[in-house]
Ligand binder design. Structure first.
Ligand code: HEC
Ligand code: HEC
Length: 322
């Protein structure tokens, strides 16, 4: 009886101390931010139904999208190599092949109309002060501008891979890869993938000279990017471990919630694409997570069986002594 009482006292004090130190400290040090489900409430809903064929003409013509972006699925490579593009725009405009599957349609429409607003970087780009966003706004091709934008969005959706075929790496490369490197090579389903740099995957080189030439290009790109962003975006290889899934997900939904005034744009991905990005970061930074999850229940079962034997053994030993 006395032992039970002591145990209860110790348990209560341990729990109180634990609460004061751990979750309490946590709640004071980190703001808790809930996801809004990637619905982008602040952006107007799409009211027009788009026509993909008309959208294609606009993307290639009056919209000027193809003047800055590659569209590989249409056999259109990027108009500039990544380093030249970064020296012109600050960053390499992403290939648009799968933009329709990665970015929210409402967000895409808002982006085409006013990039700095959709990307939440108006504190950096104020046209009244002559600070223009490097992606030009679309001012219309002479018709109903909202219809024209809906057409372009419909076209981007029509050429993109189906949601089910969007791989984690594709989502990451289009939405994050122009700014963030991930310098860890990684393995998915037994297939090895090279490290990611902001100018693309790092190939394996036979000659040291070629490798150095590639690395010089990465450095040139990073110089331009640093000038554009004010800081070099961090390598994300290990962020899934240091920050965790919840933090990264709510951060990409609205970086301003965490870092007021940050240069990182709101990228406008759909909820599904955000999950793919997280999955990619887990594939790189936490590849053993599935094995670990499988191990948990096994350890518990082992402990249960062990406890059972321990009780039986204790009974056996004490049987004659009572
Ligand atoms: C003058 C060059 C230019 C033109 C024209 C242009 N873009 Fe861009 N676009 C950019 C740049 C630069 C970025 C990257 C901006 C950044 O990351 O700060 C970008 C980013 C994007 C993104 C990624 C946004 C995100 O959230 O990550 C999409 C999608 C996009 N553009 C679509 C379009 C479409 C559609 C058109 C045509 C209506 C278009 N762009 C026209 C330069 C351009
Ligand atoms: C146009 C460039 C750009 C794009 C695109 C971009 N980021 Fe960033 N990111 C930045 C910059 C710049 C910082 C540093 C922010 C700061 O210190 O203010 C940053 C910081 C971060 C951080 C660190 C936040 C922290 O808590 O310290 C994470 C995580 C991150 N980005 C994830 C992503 C993911 C995931 C994507 C794609 C969905 C992405 N970023 C797309 C520029 C970018």
């Amino acid at each position: 009886m006395k032992e039970l009482f002591i145990l209860a006292v110790v348990t209560v004090f341990t729990l109180v101390t634990y609460y004061l130190v751990e979750p309490f400290a946590h709640s004071q040090m980190h703001k808790h931010i809930e996801s809004e489900g990637f619905v982008y409430k602040d952006l107007p809903a799409l009211t027009k139904k788009g026509d993909a064929a008309r959208g294609k003409e606009l993307v290639m013509g009056a919209g000027a999208c193809a003047g800055c972006h590659g569209i590989e699925v249409e056999g259109m490579p990027a108009p500039m190599d990544p380093v030249t593009a970064a020296q012109s725009y600050g960053v390499n405009p992403p290939d648009l092949s799968n933009a329709g599957a990665i970015f929210d349609p409402k967000f895409l429409a808002a982006l085409i109309k006013n990039p700095a607003h959709a990307l939440m970087v108006e504190h950096k780009f104020d046209p009244n002060k002559g600070q223009m966003h490097p992606m030009t706004s679309f001012y219309g091709a002479g018709g109903d501008i909202d219809q024209e934008i809906a057409d372009m969005v419909a076209y981007l959706q029509s050429i993109a891979v189906k949601k089910e075929e969007l791989t984690p790496a594709m989502a990451f490369e289009t939405a994050c890869g122009r700014c963030h490197a991930v310098h860890y090579p990684y393995v998915v389903d037994g297939k090895a993938h090279p490290a990611w740099t902001q100018i693309g995957e790092k190939p394996t080189f036979k000659h040291k000279q070629d490798e150095l030439a590639f690395e010089t290009k990465v450095l040139d790109y990073q110089d331009a990017l640093k000038k554009y962003m004010g800081t070099l975006p961090p390598d994300l290889s290990m962020y899934i471990r240091s920050r965790g899934e919840h933090h990264i997900k709510t951060f990409i939904e609205n970086p301003q919630n965490y870092l007021k005034g940050t240069a990182m744009p709101r990228v406008g991905v759909t909820a599904e694409a955000a999950d793919k990005v997280i999955e990619h970061l887990e594939n790189v930074g936490d590849s053993k997570r599935h094995e670990r999850a499988e191990l948990g229940p096994k350890v518990l079962i082992y402990m249960l069986i062990f406890a059972l034997f321990a009780i039986l053994w204790k009974k056996e030993v004490w049987k004659d002594l009572h």
